[in-house]
Design a protein around this ligand. Structure first.
Ligand SMILES: [Zn+2]
Length: 320
């Protein structure tokens, strides 16, 4: 079951995507939710002098097609890719997008290196075992094959312009604040802030409907949320789910803090789960409660209440 949760944990409320106008401050290709399948993260397009900046590339071919057809309809090339983090629901499309736009540099942290020999290698091994004993349903096999192919083409997941520190950068000719949060939701989360539009694009540092704690350092994640809070954004685009106002973010952050506090205490597990459901209610789609219970409980058991070795596995540089 663990392989299923780590590979296919699903999340997010799909939002309507607007027609390109050329004047919008960003264009969201919203994440997708298909029951019993892995999610696609949100993707965001920004206009830049040299073309389009594409933030995150999704997992499924359908998501990739939506990205490519937006660029085509917009009549502008993808001039740069930014990956907020290495999770495959945000990076699998890199290979196909780079094949279509070979000159687009990829901005990302270097955390993928450790993931390739650590989390992804373990996840692949457990998924292969499940395949070998016939536990992967037919309906998931194409998705698994695509994930394996993404790992085999690791060059497409790697940055050509590694983000190694926070600072202002010019991407495809557009000036953006590029932030690196180390040892947070992953070992290296990149998030963007555009001072001109006051939009923050934060990847899985903020996610609906439940924080994905698979490769997380809870303390570093809290620190990163503090840095986001200190930024004067008015709109925040999470890794999954609908764009948020500052009030939404503040509510989400409080729910996150309470969930992690509870998960790390010896309070009854069910209290932590119902606490999250209550505090994060506005981010949980109707009918999603049972799924939330499953995921939140899984993260409490497997991460927040794991051995110290496991809990701090993603808090510092070390093998695996
Ligand atoms: Zn994600």
């Amino acid at each position: 079951m663990k392989w299923l949760l780590s590979m296919f944990a699903l999340a997010g409320a799909a939002g309507a995507s607007a027609q390109p106008t050329g004047r919008e401050p960003y264009h969201l290709i919203s994440d997708s939710v298909v029951p019993n399948h892995g999610p696609d993260g949100n993707s965001v397009f920004l206009d830049a002098p040299e073309g389009l900046i594409l933030i995150d590339t999704g997992r499924h071919p359908e998501h990739r097609d939506r990205l490519l057809s937006f660029a085509r309809a917009r009549g502008r090339p993808v001039a740069a890719i930014v990956n907020t983090h290495w999770h495959l629901d945000h990076t699998t499309g890199n290979g196909d997008i780079r094949a279509a736009y070979p000159h687009a540099p990829v901005y990302a942290s270097e955390a993928i290196e450790r993931a390739l020999t650590g989390f992804l290698a373990r996840s692949r091994a457990s998924t292969q075992r499940a395949l070998d004993v016939g536990q992967v349903p037919e309906a998931n096999r194409a998705e698994v094959a695509r994930a394996f192919a993404a790992m085999d083409n690791a060059a497409a997941l790697r940055a050509t312009r590694p983000v190694t520190a926070s600072g202002e950068m010019r991407i495809a000719g557009r000036r953006l604040r590029v932030n690196l949060a180390r040892f947070a939701a992953t070992e290296g989360d990149v998030w963007l802030y555009d001072p001109a539009t006051r939009v923050a694009i934060v990847g899985d540092l903020v996610v609906a409907p439940v924080p994905f704690i698979d490769t997380t350092c809870a303390e570093g994640w809290r620190r990163a949320l503090g840095e986001i809070a200190a930024t004067p954004f008015t709109t925040l685009i999470p890794g999954h789910g609908a764009p948020m106002s500052r009030a939404d973010f503040t509510a989400w952050r409080a729910a996150f803090d309470a969930f992690v506090d509870c998960g790390q205490s010896d309070r009854p597990r069910a209290d932590c789960v119902t606490g999250w459901r209550r505090a994060a209610a506005r981010f949980i789609p109707a009918g999603g409660e049972a799924m939330i219970d499953g995921l939140a409980g899984y993260y409490i058991d497997s991460r927040l209440r794991a051995t110290p070795e496991e809990r701090y596995r993603y808090c510092e540089d070390r093998a695996g």
